[in-house]
Design a protein around this ligand. Structure first.
Ligand SMILES: [Zn+2]
Length: 414
């Protein structure tokens, strides 16, 4: 006979503490970077807990770790829940770990209750989400969803280690986990994560239902003028790229974001050449980071940046050269899966709001191959990628409850 599956809050919070001790930093955070000794210890602990419960453990060629609980219909692809176990060098205890350990708690809750699901349910800990040691991040989910990984073999880490060697050592350190090919059909994916921003806490909402991950585009703008003597060059003869750059940046800051609350535009770096105190610069280069959930809007904003920079350069008799250096389209999550998460939150009488993720997540890539969604819980002061990152224990447990309800509904569709 099966019971109603229930999250064991104390067990989940105890697990969060146990994993926070792996790579613990003196300031209360964690340093558990991808494919490090600490990362291997965390993977081992999770695999041992899984094997103790009788679940099957797998890993793939990029060291994604999977824990499988069978469903009643072996012909159906698994429903995936999870997040990541790696951290930033001065990371927090909850980024990634909360979603991974809550997913494992869901599997245990199903097992405790001897509950049946039609689909198999698998917990996944994606490899190298953070990318702080080996860039790029979200390697595990990129590889799983079919990215070309051939160039990764030669990646050298921030500490000089070779990715290929560290990956191999990470996989062989866990012989209990059978190797499976990278990538497989899945029925869906849901990830619980801390918000990494302040809005849920400010609005006192326990749950954010994430509908999309916004896209990112980087532009490198270079405005070319004519270097000249600061003391002898009359205004009439100046071709000053600094004046043009400042005017362009000011115009962009006062037109893009105030008119579109979903848009983000940031100039994070600016440099003048030759950079002399008593010379008009020859050129001024600056970066523009643009974010928007809608791909077509990224195009509109890029066109606006190009037009504004060209116009302001021309006003100073300068020229603007603009290159696109990075382009990561966002992804909208499946409305059906978003509905399922909302239904789960409503069934628990929880208040929630729909929101867009400002940060990358593995779910961005999963959304391209299967119905996906994310659940956010508040974190104190919106802090993340920070050793002071903190989630109220009650909020962590609430997130796990929503994940459990979501998984039960999604893995046994009516
Ligand atoms: Zn994360």
């Amino acid at each position: 006979m099966s019971l109603t599956p229930r999250i064991d809050g104390d067990r989940l919070l105890g697990r969060l503490d146990a994993f926070a001790r792996i790579g613990a930093t003196p300031a209360g955070g964690v340093n558990r970077q991808a494919f490090s000794v600490e990362d291997r210890r965390a993977r081992r602990l999770l695999a041992e807990l899984a094997l103790e419960r009788g679940f099957t453990v797998f890993q793939d060629g990029i060291a994604n770790l999977f824990i499988r609980r069978e469903g009643t219909d072996a012909t159906l692809p698994p429903f995936l829940i999870g997040s990541h176990l790696d951290s930033q060098p001065t990371g927090g205890r909850f980024d990634g770990a909360l979603g991974t350990l809550s997913a494992f708690e869901v599997l245990e809750a199903l097992e405790d209750a001897r509950a049946e699901t039609r689909m198999p349910v698998e917990v996944v800990a994606w490899a190298n989400e953070e990318g702080s040691r080996f860039a790029p991040g979200v390697m595990g989910s990129m590889a799983f969803t079919g990215a070309d990984t051939a160039a990764w073999k030669s990646i050298v880490g921030a500490d000089g280690a070779l990715l290929a060697a560290e990956l191999e050592a990470t996989i062989t350190a866990l012989p209990e986990a059978a190797l499976r090919p990278t990538g497989m059909p899945i029925s869906g994916y849901v990830e619980l994560h801390i918000e990494q921003g302040p809005s849920l806490e400010k609005e006192q909402l326990p749950i954010g239902v994430v509908t999309a991950v916004q896209g990112t585009r980087w532009l490198e703008v270079s405005i070319q003028g004519t270097s000249g003597h600061a003391g002898t060059t009359d205004l009439a003869y100046r071709r000053d790229p600094m004046v043009a750059a400042i005017a362009a940046i000011h115009r962009l800051q006062t037109t893009i974001m105030p008119l579109d609350s979903s848009a983000r535009l940031t100039v994070g770096r600016i440099a003048a050449r030759p950079g002399s105190i008593n010379a008009i610069p020859q050129s001024v280069a600056f970066t523009v980071d643009i974010r928007h959930p809608r791909a077509e809007q990224l195009n509109v904003i890029e066109a606006e940046v190009r037009q504004v920079c060209a116009a302001e350069a021309e006003a100073q008799h300068c020229t603007a050269v603009i290159k696109r250096s990075f382009d990561m389209p966002g992804a909208a999550f499946s409305p059906d899966m978003v509905n399922t998460v909302e239904e789960a939150a409503r069934s628990l009488q929880l208040q929630y709001k729909q929101m867009i993720s400002g940060a990358f997540h593995d779910a961005l890539f999963l959304a391209r191959v299967a119905p996906a969604a994310m659940i956010f819980v508040p974190c104190r002061d919106g802090l993340s990628h920070n050793e002071a990152e903190y989630v109220e224990p009650g909020d962590a447990v609430i997130g796990a409850h929503v994940l459990l309800r979501t998984a039960i509904m999604a893995a046994s569709p009516r």
